[in-house]
Design a protein around this ligand. Sequence first.
Ligand code: ATP
Ligand code: MG
Length: 391
Amino acid sequence: MDATELSRRFLEFFVGRRHEVLDGASLIPPEGDPVLFTTSGMHPLTPYLEGRPHPLGRRLAGVQRCLRTTDLDDVGDDYHLTVFQMLGSWSLGDYDGPRSLRWGFELLVNGFGIGIERLHATVFGGDDQVGLDTESLRTWEELGVPVELTTEENWWSNGPVGPCGPDSEIFAWVGDGPPRGSPGTDERWMELWNHVTMRYRRQEDGRLEPLPQRSVDTGMGLERLQMITQGTRSVFGTDVFEPWMSTLAGLWQPDRRSLHLLADHLRASIVIIGDGVRPSNSGRGYVLRRLIRRVLTDLWREDRTRSLDEVPDALIEHTTSRFGQPADRGSVRAVLIAEEQRFARLLDRGRKVLGQFGPGRTPTADDLAYLHETHGLPPDLVAELLAGMSS
Ligand code: ATP
Ligand code: MG
């Protein structure tokens, strides 16, 4: 099953259980949202999870593209991407958490054929304000899935105030050989699907106020699901990344970690550009700028003549169509190339300016401020240039 087929089956499963399908929204949250990018499927649904009636009803499902800048440092491992697709299902004051867990189990085991011995659950163990989540614990015991109890890992919130509640997470074993330990003791258990029961709103003073209705919010990474069903070692081995892996390996022969980083960051950049963002020095544009610069820094370390212009149209199209974006490949390419040229000029200027500093001199805080304000050289870039000049 390729990614399209997996999403189709996921939605079909929930439509068969009277869910309405949401159109996936863009990576850009609605006006007034303090967050730069959509980080999860529930993100655009926040007002409805807090009680506002949704025009499509009380049972929803969908596929949402997400971006997490918080995961940037993890990219290159086996299953953290900058941009990914999240499959989601929601009960807005309709069915309860145990029903959601049972459906989740049914879909993974019967629908996608994942062996029950490869699954492990975690459940909220209780703290001084909210008790053990006995309903979820009992549900997993009945289904025959091992459970680990935690407090911190199984409490979901989107910040210090706002909707929150206990969650139950489904992990899949991605190690060689038979599963060992539990998600808390062996990191070869990969989180696959999170089921959150939104029951409370955290007040400014820290108190928990029960919400007028209990909702369920679930999210599962499509690329991770694909990794499990296709039996690959990482998300980069799945068919979503196949054209990226073979093309980039042929073009630039990067090592494994570099290959993952290049594929992830270039794909993320294309999707961000496709959603209308342009490189800039602040906000969303700066996230895009950093992604492109990380790619170029990696590429040019080996060979200064490499260019993003070598990325074939087919990869751009493969990505925009995967994310259902209308973006035309010519304009995506033009943005990438303009940013590459800008970065090249900045590096040349930076080397010249730093050359005048004389060898062995470490820039002071004043120097760094001057380099940034007058020459547009941010401190991290200065550090990298100096490292490059001394090696
Ligand atoms: P992890 O602990 O593995 O980073 P998480 O706790 O951040 O996961 P959630 O916020 O619960 O994950 O998101 C719901 C689901 O989205 C996860 O179970 C996972 O399948 C998927 N997911 C989360 N972050 C990523 C990512 N960076 N790349 C790919 N899939 C992701
Ligand atoms: Mg995470």
